[in-house]
Design a protein around this ligand. Structure first.
Ligand code: PMP
Length: 382
């Protein structure tokens, strides 16, 4: 046998075929990707700077403007997951030493606060227990410093905000876009982002984000450069053709297949129509909520009007171990539901029926799996 120049042999696992199990993704995301979007992602790659790719990116921009209900020119998709959009929003609009106020009622507010703290912002938080609701007045009255950003992890109303002070208002719709109403322009939201993998049903890895004129004024007149090169909107706006320059220059290689998929998911939303999508999510969520309550399962958010139609949080049934229940449903029903995250860990289980997964037949499967888990997981006597 000839001596090999490599000392590390090919790994055994790489000589076996890829195996991906079928799963019902009924947790908070990613959700199952419909065949049309999978097929779009499987199309032949073209160059990230080819004119046809620019057309596809222009389509994506229009699709996002529709989904966000905004005319903002500064609308793009991040090459990265929801966290990329969170970091892009904060890194570009906040300079070190400036103030950021975050409404924290769960892990997403905590994360935004940490991102802002890491880049040297002066972070203030308003904390509520998981699921707690901030009133418009609470949000509006506390603004006294030069720049504040707010992250509302789970907006669920159609109110509009009026800020007396020089503030930028940031809203996170990763878990709700397409499932519950949002009107970026009418609601005076300065920065809005979402993710691809929830109600949009695209694979994880791209994240729509939009900045209004006020946010652009702030971020393009800063004294310091943003800490991230990859997420610098001065470069990204050129890459997305938003800066009025005749040429789009190379900044980074965008996720070509991810953009194909995102385009298709936005096309499906446009064909269905936002209002129909919102109505449909509300209807199926209502059906799921009633089924859960009929089984004696308690919902975590008591006020129906404040619940997200995309992800339902249920109280862990008394005496049961939530991890055991989730494992049971995964093993016997091929079904993913998840526990809480951060401050809601051990308090809730989360069920998501989003976009393509948002069907009464799927709600029935969720109810059957939960009933089966309640019957077969052991109940502690305590
Ligand atoms: N914000 C919210 C409200 C989310 O639900 C999520 C994802 N679970 C994120 C931000 C982060 O998104 P990603 O996991 O795609 O980075």
């Amino acid at each position: 046998r000839a001596m090999s120049s490599v000392t590390i042999p090919p790994p055994e696992c790489m000589l076996r075929p890829l195996e991906v199990p079928f799963r019902y993704l009924f947790g908070p995301g990613p959700s199952n990707v419909p065949p049309r979007i999978l097929a779009a992602g499987g199309r032949a790659i073209i160059g990230h700077l080819h004119p046809e790719m620019y057309e596809i990116m222009n389509d994506i921009k229009k699709g996002i403007q529709y989904a966000f209900q905004t005319q903002n020119n500064m609308t793009i998709a991040m090459s990265g997951s929801g966290h990329a959009a969170m970091e892009c929003a904060i890194f570009n609009t906040v300079e070190p030493g400036e103030s950021v106020l975050v409404a924290v009622n769960g892990i997403w507010g905590e994360r935004v606060a940490e991102i802002a703290e890491r880049m040297g912002a002066n972070v203030h938080i308003m904390v509520k227990a998981p699921g707690g609701i901030f009133s418009n007045e609470e949000i509006e009255k506390v603004f006294v410093l030069y720049l504040h950003c707010i992250s509302l992890s789970s907006h669920n109303d159609d109110s509009s905000f009026k800020f007396k002070h020089n503030t930028l208002f940031l809203v996170d719709t990763v878990a709700s876009l397409g499932a519950s109403p949002i009107f970026m322009d009418q609601q005076n939201i300065d920065i809005l982002y979402t993710g691809s993998q929830k109600a949009l049903n695209a694979p994880p890895g791209t994240a729509p984000i939009s900045f209004n004129e006020r946010a652009c004024q702030k971020m393009f007149n800063r004294k310091t450069k943003p800490v991230s090169y990859l997420f610098d909107m001065a470069h990204l706006s050129n890459y997305w053709g938003n800066d009025g320059q005749p040429a789009r220059l190379y900044h980074h290689t965008g996720p070509v297949s991810g953009f194909f998929s995102l385009r298709e998911s936005l096309a499906i939303l446009a064909e269905k129509g936002l209002e129909e999508s919102w109505r449909h999510h509300r209807e199926v969520a209502g059906y799921l909520w009633k089924g859960l309550e009929d089984m004696g399962i308690k919902l975590f958010i008591q006020n129906k009007d404040l619940r997200l139609p995309s992800v339902t949080t249920i109280v862990i049934p008394e005496g049961y171990n939530w991890r055991e229940m989730l494992q049971y449903m995964m093993k016997h029903h091929n079904m993913e539901m998840t526990g809480g995250l951060g401050p809601s860990t051990g308090m809730v289980m989360r069920v998501g029926l989003m976009g393509y997964n948002c069907q009464k037949t799927n709600a029935d499967m969720v109810l059957a799996a939960l009933a089966d888990a309640l019957k077969n997981c052991k109940k502690s006597k305590a």
